[in-house]
Write a new protein. Structure first.
Length: 134
C-alpha cells in the first residue's frame, strides 16, 4: 500500500508543479495570434519562436507529468522560462514566480533521479530499499 501511496503522491506533486507550465502551454496555443504579436513587438522575433516555445512547453510538461526523461523536460522548461522572464516579465512578483516554477521542476528532477539510475528497474529497486528500511 505504501508503494502505491507514494506513486500517487509523486504524481500529484508532478501535476502541481507542472500546472504553471500547462497553463502557459494552453494559453500559447489558444491565443496563438495574440502571443505572436507580443513576441514580435517586444522581442522582434517571428512565428518560429512561438512554435519553439510551444514545443519546449509540450516536451517539458510531458516529461514532467509522466516522470520520464526529467532532465530533458527540466532543460526544455528552463529554456522556455528563463528567456521569457528576462524579455517579457516586468515585475518582481512575475520574476520570482518564474524562479519558483523552475525551482519546483529542478527539485523534482533532483529528488526523483539518481546518477546511477538505469530505467524502471532501478526505480523499483530504489522503492524496495526504501520500503525495507521502514
Amino acid at each position: 500500500r505504501f508503494r502505491y501511496g507514494m506513486k500517487i503522491a509523486t504524481l500529484l506533486t508532478r501535476l502541481l508543479v507542472a500546472s504553471h507550465f500547462v497553463y502557459e502551454l494552453v494559453d500559447k496555443i489558444s491565443r496563438f495570434d495574440y502571443w505572436k504579436e507580443i513576441i514580435f513587438n517586444q522581442a522582434n522575433l517571428g512565428t518560429w519562436s512561438l512554435v519553439l516555445i510551444i514545443i519546449l512547453l509540450f516536451v517539458g510538461c510531458s516529461t514532467l507529468i509522466f516522470g520520464r526523461y526529467l532532465w530533458i523536460g527540466t532543460f526544455s522548461l528552463a529554456l522556455f522560462q528563463i528567456p521569457t522572464s528576462i524579455m517579457f516579465e516586468d515585475s518582481l512578483y512575475e520574476s520570482f514566480d518564474s524562479c519558483s516554477a523552475i525551482g519546483g521542476v529542478l527539485a523534482i528532477a533532483l529528488l526523483t533521479t539518481s546518477p546511477h539510475q538505469q530505467g524502471e528497474g532501478a526505480q523499483e529497486e530504489k522503492a524496495r530499499v526504501i520500503c525495507s528500511q521502514i
